[in-house]
Design a protein around this ligand. Structure first.
Ligand SMILES: Cc1cc2nc3c(=O)[nH]c(=O)nc-3n(C[C@H](O)[C@H](O)[C@H](O)COP(=O)(O)O)c2cc1C
Length: 215
């Protein structure tokens, strides 16, 4: 089996990123890029990001999750703390998040440390979810082998009956992580492969330093 992709080629021409136009704080640039993509280059799930962890087996693993909040402090997503990624983070909190917004020809790569958010914050988000999603979180031992789809669906049905007319409490094994960034790289595609790359790194005195990288 063979498929040659050597002719797949595109010129990137939608924008530029010059050091002189960038703010001191990369979270502000993140916010303006996010808002611009959402407004001018609509795509499915602008908040979908790749989360990369170093697994217990020593291999990196990527998977997509949804970014649910960002502040000057960091980036928050929700998941099962006992999932493969949860176990990986417990062992090594150094993780990498990335976004590829193809309409805008932009990529952002964030390295940082993940930590669990306060339980009351996870409670607040869990309460805001539709009941079906709450029960789905309860029904799934995320990342564990499950015998069949039927087993999952039967578990959900049993939970629907058990929780009829009742509120669902957040299970302890489910909640949020905040990723506190130590570096953020912004990539804007440019013609002739001379892309713009601006890397922000957090210094020991908590100042952000920015530099241009070669494409
Ligand atoms: C668009 C999209 C959004 C997703 N959002 C989440 C999410 O917010 N939280 C989550 O735990 N998994 C989410 N997933 C599923 C994960 O990619 C992954 O399958 C799951 O978290 C188990 O990963 P793990 O076994 O590496 O821990 C999403 C998948 C896709 C494709």
């Amino acid at each position: 089996m063979e498929k040659d992709l050597s002719n797949y080629r595109k010129s990137y021409e939608k924008g530029e990123l010059l050091l002189k136009d960038t703010p001191e704080n990369p979270l502000e640039l993140f916010r303006s890029w996010f808002n611009e993509v959402d407004q001018h280059f609509p795509q499915d799930e602008t908040n979908a990001m790749t989360v990369s962890t170093i697994g217990l087996d020593g291999y990196p693993k990527n998977r997509v999750v949804l970014l649910k909040k960002f502040t000057y402090e960091g980036f928050i997503f929700y998941t099962n703390y006992q999932s493969e990624k949860g176990k990986a983070i417990a062992n090594n909190p150094n993780i990498c998040l990335s976004f590829f917004w193809h309409g805008a020809e932009r990529q952002i790569i964030i390295k940082g440390k993940a930590e669990k958010i306060a339980p009351n914050l996870s409670d607040g988000y869990f309460e805001s979810r539709p009941k079906g999603s709450q029960l789905g979180a309860l029904a799934s031992n995320q990342s564990e082998v499950v015998e069949s789809r039927d087993v999952l669906e039967n578990k959900l049905k049993a939970l629907e009956i058990a929780y009829k007319g009742k509120e669902v409490e957040r299970p302890e094994f489910w909640g949020g992580y905040i990723v506190k960034p130590i570096s953020i790289e912004f990539w804007q595609g440019r013609p002739n492969r001379l892309h713009d790359r601006i890397l922000y790194t957090l210094e020991e005195n908590y100042d952000w330093v920015k530099k241009r990288l070669s494409p």
